[in-house]
Design a protein. Structure first.
Length: 363
């Protein structure tokens, strides 16, 4: 069955796993049945076959070209989710007894801090916990003795996003799980970037890592083979069997990104979608934005109902308009519309129409 002929495609606002472009789903579905006229499914061929090695090579090349990755950086597709990067970054980059800075902007930063504490001394350089993580701390100090600074570029749960990255004297390690490929990046600003695929890049099952290789090999602890970035660099992310299908779907998504103008074009689309939705939140008295205006995410739009008792009614009205995935994260409640790259402006228009309609019935 073609995705485009599914009886009714919903407007998918889920936070993750999340929407993928329709042409990507079609090609991904076809590859499960038959891959490159091999008479075989992509799921039943060797990861060492020339066909799959071709997929892997294209995934690396597309990552490099879409994000302008300099030559001294390595690109990896790993397993274990972004959550494994919480410890893997510190295990590989933070020498015993050294200090490391973390900006605490929410649940994911909090979890990353907990893991880094196993390997060194964590300095929380700033935190927005005091206001329920609804803003990004600014003007925090980054003492020179911090080995690196860890940031979360987009806070999926709270709907805040770093609109720019600080200039600091140490490398920046950044969790970009929910906004990678949503805007151009100056990769040189970062020592390491990681992103679980299932928000803005592909299906669950692989994690993209971009690392400046000059930073590796500087710790003296014993690192298990599978947890050492150098193992995966040496073997082109195929030291063991890589997650072949998630990597294939990420590659297809990156092809789609390239065909649609790359990350600069995505940034424009994302800004237009965000402006439309935040505009209605600000205009409509029944809704309130959650994040401080300057720190609003272009990926996860968090908001609440002025009257919390209206929430179920609004969700029902939105569902009638085929808008799904709008319930806020279980830890904060309220509403959240995730508007990742693959979501079209027309879906946001339909949601905004539902908000206006709700205003007419309750206003
Ligand atoms: C979803 C998410 C994670 C966790 O990703 P897993 O792949 O489930 O481990 C980490 N950080 C951010 C910013 C996220 O959005």
């Amino acid at each position: 069955m073609s995705v485009l002929t599914q009886k009714k495609k919903k407007h998918n606002f889920f936070a993750g796993p999340a929407i993928l472009p329709a042409p990507v789903l079609e090609q991904a579905a076809a590859a499960v049945v038959e891959f490159e006229d091999m008479g075989l499914s992509l799921l039943e061929i060797s990861h060492r076959s020339k066909q799959f090695v071709g997929v892997m090579d294209e995934a690396f090349a597309l990552t490099r070209s879409l994000l302008n990755v300099p030559d001294n950086y390595e690109v990896l597709f790993l397993t274990g989710g972004a959550s494994s990067q919480f410890f893997m970054t510190a295990m590989n980059l933070l020498p015993q007894g050294k200090k490391v800075g973390y900006l605490n902007t929410g649940t994911w930063s909090d979890k990353a801090i907990k893991e880094a504490n196993i390997f060194g001394e964590v300095v929380e350089v700033g935190s927005s916990k005091d206001e329920g993580f609804n803003y990004i701390p600014k003007d925090y100090a980054t003492p020179e003795d911090l080995h690196y600074l860890h940031l979360t570029s987009n806070n999926t749960i709270y709907g805040t996003q770093l609109q720019s990255f600080p200039t600091v004297s140490m490398p920046i390690v950044c969790d970009m799980s929910s906004d990678i490929f949503s805007r151009p990046l100056d990769i040189q600003k970062f020592g390491l970037i990681y992103a679980g695929a299932q928000k803005n890049l592909g299906p669950a099952g692989t994690t993209l890592v971009i690392v400046n290789k000059d930073l590796l090999g500087k710790v003296n602890r014993v690192i298990p083979t599978m947890l050492d970035y150098r193992t995966h660099i040496a073997k082109g992310s195929s030291f063991n069997t890589p997650p072949v299908y998630p990597i294939y779907v990420c590659m297809l998504t990156m092809r789609w990104l390239k065909e649609n103008g790359g990350v600069a074009a995505m940034q424009k689309r994302n800004e237009a979608k965000a402006a439309l939705l935040y505009g209605e939140i600000d205009r409509n008295d029944l809704f309130n934005g959650y994040a401080h205006v300057d720190d609003r995410s272009r990926m996860n739009v968090t908001f609440t109902m002025a009257n919390p008792e209206h929430e179920a009614d609004f969700l029902a009205l939105a569902a009638e308009a085929d808008c799904v995935g709008l319930k806020g994260h279980r830890s904060v409640g309220g509403l959240r519309a995730s508007i990742y790259n693959a979501l079209g402006l027309s879906s946001v228009e339909i949601l905004v129409d539902a908000m206006k309609e709700f205003g007419r019935t309750k206003g």
